[in-house]
Ligand binder design. Structure first.
Ligand SMILES: Nc1nc2c(ncn2[C@@H]2O[C@H](COP(=O)(O)OP(=O)(O)OP(=O)(O)O)[C@@H](O)[C@H]2O)c(=O)[nH]1
Ligand SMILES: [Mg+2]
Length: 459
């Protein structure tokens, strides 16, 4: 453990987790987005830095409910006010890190974290007073939970009136799952209820599989009396025992790192599955869009061949002897045909796209062939040349002018050209619609499992 190989394997896993995305609202996506963020934060905040600096002091994070007396406890442990305590809830909005001056270099100056130096911090230890975990402020809550993820040790502060609240228990179970070293401070307990409350909390801890966690009750003092130092001696001793001796420190780190590595087995596979589901959903959506546009394309090409584009305005102009006007009307009908095909494609493929996919469609102006020869254009959309109608008349007039074989060739060329433009326009639209499903997952999740295997082999 602590080897470069493990760090490299974890860094690779981190990058692969960061490369996943869950844009489509398919089952499991919401949980996967949260799990992804939590995992990246924990790798960045704890595992990778801890492995890079195994000799850094232990970070003891003091967390818990608002007003439980976390800041008061930190001040009492240090013997002076390093972090303000007060009656306003929440008082601690910015985390405060307290360490010895000789340990300062281990902690990069980070915006949003106050740093205090004090030689009374137990050796080999740094204390972090964090915002409350059940705060009314969502930012506070998030910062607190994130900092708990960065801890070597958690000192969890609760009170006689708050110890059964749900929020702390969720985090305490998380600590157990991750095997994080934990101590619980039961603060502000009126002397007369001390035994009863302590017994009840012990019962709850056992139920949560935390029966072996040290529990430090502190009796309620008079208002304004502060927290006498003698009341925190056992907690300071617990910290000092773990911080002073390099072997004891290493044992704590081994346990927390080991717990986190173990938790990867539980956390990475669901992420890989969710990435796979996104990938499959995109794949299915692509195939569905392809089918929708293939059908639309066939419909549009049939309309090119059946003479229907010569109905309406084009037929009127032709009847008036206005050949150029009839050709213009054909071009307008072609534009309308493509616009209609885009709308049909959008409608047919709408059900293909899972919620969360972005939709866009921007028809571009098309260049139709047959510009130089209106008769060829009219004949090319006139339906079967053998049948009666405007198409046949236009082909006949063109044949009279340039010869029937060259006329037939030209009409065929224009017809092929028209089919090519319609097919390309619909193909482009289909491709845009598929691309609009981005951001597409770069991988299907197997890369995550491979990276997890490498971590396992390196641990
Ligand atoms: N009477 C009495 N007051 C206490 C005791 N412990 C803490 N307090 C008071 O309770 C209030 C809250 O204490 P803090 O240490 O600020 O609590 P916190 O957990 O840091 O709270 P936030 O940072 O606001 O979330 C302060 O006014 C303390 O003086 C105690 O044992 N007895
Ligand atoms: Mg506080």
């Amino acid at each position: 453990m602590g080897s470069d190989t493990l760090s490299a394997a974890l860094a690779d896993l981190r990058d692969r987790v960061a490369a996943t995305c869950f844009p489509l609202d398919v089952p499991g996506a919401v949980q996967a987005r949260l799990a992804r963020r939590e995992l990246i934060e924990q790798l960045d905040d704890y595992l990778l830095p801890r492995l890079a600096a195994p000799r850094a002091p232990l970070l003891a994070v003091v967390g818990g409910s608002t007003g439980a007396g976390r800041s008061t406890l930190v001040n009492a442990l240090v013997g002076r006010e390093v972090t303000p305590a007060g009656p306003l809830r929440p008082t601690t909005r910015v985390p405060v890190l307290v360490c010895r001056s000789g340990d300062r270099h281990w902690f990069a100056a980070e915006a949003g974290i106050g740093l205090r130096l004090d030689e009374r911090v137990p050796p080999g230890m740094a204390l972090l007073d964090v915002p409350d975990i059940d705060s009314v402020s969502a930012d506070n809550r998030r910062v607190a939970v994130r900092l708990l993820g960065a801890a070597d040790l958690w000192i969890f502060v609760t009170t006689a009136s708050r110890y059964a609240d749900a929020a702390p228990w969720h985090l305490l179970r998380l600590a157990r799952e991750r095997n994080t070293r934990l101590a619980i401070v039961l603060n502000r307990v009126p002397t007369e209820v001390l035994d009863g409350v302590r017994a009840d909390l012990v019962r709850l801890l056992r139920q949560a599989g935390l029966g072996d966690v040290p529990l430090y009750p502190i009796v309620e003092t008079e208002p304004g009396a502060g927290l006498p130092e003698r009341n925190v001696v056992p907690i300071r001793t617990w910290l000092a025992e773990r911080g002073a001796d390099p072997d004891a420190r290493a044992a704590v780190v081994r346990r927390t790192v080991g717990g986190l590595l173990h938790s990867l087995d539980r956390r990475v596979p669901p992420l890989a599955q969710a990435a796979g589901r996104q990938y499959e959903a995109v794949d299915r959506a692509r195939a569905c869009v392809d089918t929708a546009y293939a059908a639309t394309s066939q419909w549009a090409l049939r309309a090119l061949d059946d003479g229907s584009l010569l109905c309406g305005a084009a037929a009127g102009r032709w009847a008036d002897g206005d050949v150029a006007g009839a050709a213009r009307a054909v071009r307008e009908s072609l534009d309308a045909l493509v616009a209609d095909a885009f709308a049909r494609g959008a409608e047919r493929s709408a059900g293909c796209l899972p919620p969360g996919a972005v939709r866009r469609s921007a028809p571009e102006p098309l260049a139709w062939p047959g510009d130089g020869e209106p008769l060829a254009l009219i004949a090319a959309v006139g339906g079967p040349v053998s049948g009666p109608g405007i198409g046949r008349e236009a082909a006949g007039r063109l044949g009279t002018r340039i010869g029937s074989e060259p006329a037939a060739r030209l009409i065929l060329d224009v017809h092929r050209g028209l089919r090519g433009v319609v097919a390309a326009a619909l193909d482009g639209e289909r491709a845009r619609r598929v691309a609009a499903m981005t951001p597409l997952p770069a991988q299907d999740g197997t890369g995550l499992i491979e990276a997890l295997d490498t971590v396992r082999r390196s641990a």
